[in-house]
Design a protein around this ligand. Structure first.
Ligand code: PLP
Length: 354
């Protein structure tokens, strides 16, 4: 599949790749040679450009800095054993970016610009895509408003950019998380379902308080009652309870994660019971106590699956059982990873070959 669009390419003179230590990649700190840049003006997205990755220069009055019209995505590309460039479910990211765009009064990106620009960029920086196990190219598409104006209104100009970061394996030890019962991430009618920059800005302070108390992350609860679990930090939250996979239903307060969707599909394919339903903190705590809650984990593009070992609630820590070798969260991680790198048959059409 190749999208054909007109792209102006201004290649770098000399690659920076030799300066990068691919054995010690830190997440989000290395940037591939090129970036895709597309301007929106006069009511239309202009000709996409691929240019050397580098700084941009803007007015201090640039609107996105003041009023937060800024949205992003996160996805990953992999190298298969035969050297193919494989991107995991990029059309889902494109569709979600546009959902966020509508909510934030940002013009939507046409599919051919998103997919065509992405494909060309990955082809150009193909040797930046790590091929070691667990490594990948983290892809960051984003859009922000660029008018020089300090009145509050939708901007008339925007920039869509994609840059790429080679990233290493995400070895995270099981997380200690705390149930948040004061601050909220999202409320009905708000912007929780969109990947807009402000959601993350607002999460930093409560997360810092949890970090100071010895926890790695927060479990967000519903804004009205703090009674039901929603997400874990910037991941969707999942449990195995009495052999069934349980996760909160998506809605306007939950980010509709592509990893979440993929985990649910694999569980379904394996004949496992899948329950998208509200789960109260009370049910969760009681279930950990009586052993019916077997596993807890976060699901998101960066870590893919992040196991949770401890859940703190109202000053008490509830400890989950050690994950056995055949734990669902281990098996589903393996399965999704093997599909991503082309080692396992892609029966759902998830993998986009550049
Ligand atoms: C991005 C994100 C996720 C995970 O989505 P994926 O598509 O799986 O990466 C979950 N929750 C929040 C709040 C997010 O921002």
């Amino acid at each position: 599949m190749t999208e054909t669009i007109n792209i102006e390419i201004h290649p770098i003179e000399k690659s920076r790749i030799d300066a990068v230590d691919f054995d010690n990649l830190v997440f989000g700190r290395s940037f591939a040679d090129h970036m895709l840049v597309v301007d929106y003006k006069d009511g239309a997205w202009q000709t996409p450009q691929i240019v050397p990755y580098g700084n941009l220069s803007y007015s201090p009055a640039m609107m996105s800095l003041h009023y937060g019209q800024a949205i992003f995505e996160g996805m990953k590309a992999y190298k298969s054993e035969s050297g193919d460039i494989l991107v995991f479910r990029p059309l889902e990211n494109w569709a979600r970016l546009n959902k966020s765009a509508v909510r934030m009064c940002i013009p939507e990106i046409p599919e051919e610009i998103f997919m065509g620009g992405l494909s060309e960029l990955l082809r150009l920086d193909a040797n930046w895509i790590p091929d070691k196990p667990g490594c990948s190219m983290y892809i960051r598409p984003f859009i922000f408003s660029t008018d020089e104006y300090v009145g509050v209104s939708p901007s008339k100009t925007y920039k869509f950019i994609i840059f790429n970061c080679p990233v290493g394996a995400y070895y995270s030890k099981p997380l200690k998380v705390r149930v948040e019962t004061q601050y909220i991430r999202a409320a009905h009618g708000g912007v929780g379902f969109s990947k807009n920059a402000g959601n993350y800005g607002g999460s930093l302070y409560p997360t810092k308080l949890a970090n100071d108390a010895g926890y790695d992350q927060i479990i967000w609860t519903d804004a009205a009652e703090h009674k039901y679990v929603e997400e874990a930090g910037t991941m969707n939250l999942m449990f195995v309870i009495n052999g069934a996979l349980v996760t909160a239903p998506t809605g306007d307060t939950i980010l509709d994660g592509i990893t979440r969707k993929s985990v649910l599909q694999v569980a379904h394919d394996w004949g496992m019971k899948v329950e998208e339903r509200k789960l109260s903190i009370e049910e969760l705590v009681n279930g950990i106590k009586d052993g019916s809650v077997q596993e807890a984990f976060g699901a998101g593009t960066a870590a893919v699956i992040a196991p949770i070992s401890t859940i703190g609630f109202e000053g008490n820590d509830y400890v989950l059982p050690e994950r056995p070798e055949d734990a669902f969260s281990r098996r589903v991680y393996e399965e999704i990873n093997n599909i991503k790198i082309g080692k396992k048959e892609d029966t759902h059409g998830w993998v986009y070959k550049v």
